[in-house]
Design a protein around this ligand. Sequence first.
Ligand code: ZN
Length: 220
Amino acid sequence: MQEEDQEELLLRRQILDYGLKAYDSGFVTETEGNLSIRVAENRFLVSPSHVPYEKRKPSDLVVIDSEGKVLAGERRPTSEWRMHLAVYKARQDVNAIVHAHPVYCSILAVIGEPLPPVLDEMLPYLGGVVEVSEFAPAGSAEIGQSVTKSLGNRAAVLISNHGNLCVGKNMSRAFQTAKYVEKYAKIYVSALSLGKVRLVPEGRQKQQGPIYEYLKNMDW
Ligand SMILES: [Zn+2]
């Protein structure tokens, strides 16, 4: 097997492994959600449409180009491929995306409430308030535009009446964001239901901005 094929096989396994983690973590149900990796400038590996996480094989993944044309694979690409490509186009620092429907992020996405900095260590990982995108139908080109706009330079976005989208330099970092953002959303939703929320003081928020820029470019 050529070196390039070996590398792509490793990336295929990452999508399968982290998909299972998302499934086991309860971030997705059945075939919900989707994951992708930027393999090269015009080559993206995306999860397939309607194949259960537990049954996926490396050959079920689909390779598409930056226009969404299928380059390799027997399956249909995830119906959200436009959203993934829109994010990759807008964010050259992003090489992996996890889109999921976790309960607490989805609650905020339903009530239209952004996730503010409520914990001291949030900003270095997320880069700011996690915004809620304007509503657009799943699978549409519009959802790609609204999600990209509300994501900005941050690591995550809440998708209106839908779920979330998390990005990273690699798949491990994108999934790390997915874990953090759902945990923070759970804490924020619980605090809201108790009727009292105190944000991280503004001075501290300003101190932490540059840490995000430093951390987001690190491999781990
Ligand atoms: Zn979705």
